[in-house]
Design a protein around this ligand. Structure first.
Ligand code: AR6
Length: 231
């Protein structure tokens, strides 16, 4: 198990040129069929104003906890911006731990165009949702609902009407969705993270004891839901 990870990460390093290490060559050369992959954004750290430092700590901790449960599946943390602070923090923290770099890595790109723009096929993507599970509102939520088309809103409504902070709902994308057809995304997992923005619902008023607990719950539920989908 360990040797196959070492072998893969060497290939990964050798082909590393820019911010996104050797994804195309990994996909083309090593795996005939893509390993089941979850792409997730940093939950709560933009509009919800959660501490980047605390979030990075929790992300790496939760990824580490789930490593052994992944089988051949992998987790990819995505951010749209090249200067992403949270991505750099997570990358640095993950490098200090014994985390297999082919089972977990960071990637710069639009989560709605990972395959078409980035050559990275992700079967499942996570959304940083709002409690009403509504489209719009900016950020990654607006991008995913817009790229997926109205069928995502319909399919979501059939699963749940609202979300509690720290919880998730997994939605299978109807085959009519452009996100399914163009990007090969089969599921969207909506995640509601803790909110530290006084102008948004469920404001935690800087209570990071509760906030960190809820963010751990959110990632744990997300990774568990992904594993249930792909196993
Ligand atoms: N692709 C990849 N990453 C993205 C994209 C994209 N297209 N767009 C944004 N990000 P946010 P939150 C990154 O604010 O803090 C919404 O209005 C972004 O850089 O989307 O959990 C909802 O309706 C950041 O790192 O989510 C909620 O009300 C990360 O995605 C509220 O915002 C999450 O930023 C949720 O706030």
């Amino acid at each position: 198990k360990e040797s196959s990870c070492t072998m893969l990460s060497n290939v990964n390093k050798e082909s590393e040129k820019g911010e996104n290490p050797g994804i195309r060559s990994l996909e083309n050369n090593i795996s005939g069929s893509d390993p089941p992959t979850l792409a997730f954004p940093s939950i709560s750290t933009s509009d919800f104003k959660f501490s980047h430092e605390k979030a990075a700590e929790i992300i790496v901790e939760m990824v580490e906890e789930f490593m052994d449960k992944l089988g051949n599946a992998r987790l990819v943390m995505v951010d749209i911006s090249h200067g992403s602070k949270i991505l750099s923090l997570v990358k640095a923290k993950a490098a200090k731990k014994n985390i297999c770099s082919t089972k977990f890595f960071t990637f710069v790109g639009d989560i709605t165009k990972l395959k078409s723009d980035g050559g990275l096929h992700c079967h499942v993507i996570a959304n940083a949702a709002n409690w009403r599970l509504k489209p719009g509102g900016g950020g990654v939520n607006a991008a995913i609902f817009s790229a997926a088309g109205p069928s995502l809103e319909e399919a979501t409504k059939q699963q749940a009407k609202s979300l509690r902070p720290g919880s998730v709902v997994a939605v299978q994308l109807p085959s009519t969705s452009p996100l399914f057809n163009r990007e090969g995304v089969t599921h969207v997992i909506h995640v509601l993270g803790p909110n530290m923005n006084p102008q948004r619902p469920n404001y935690l008023n800087n209570d990071y004891d509760e906030g960190c607990k809820l963010l751990r719950d959110a990632y744990s539920s997300l990774f568990q839901a992904f594993i249930s989908i792909v196993k």
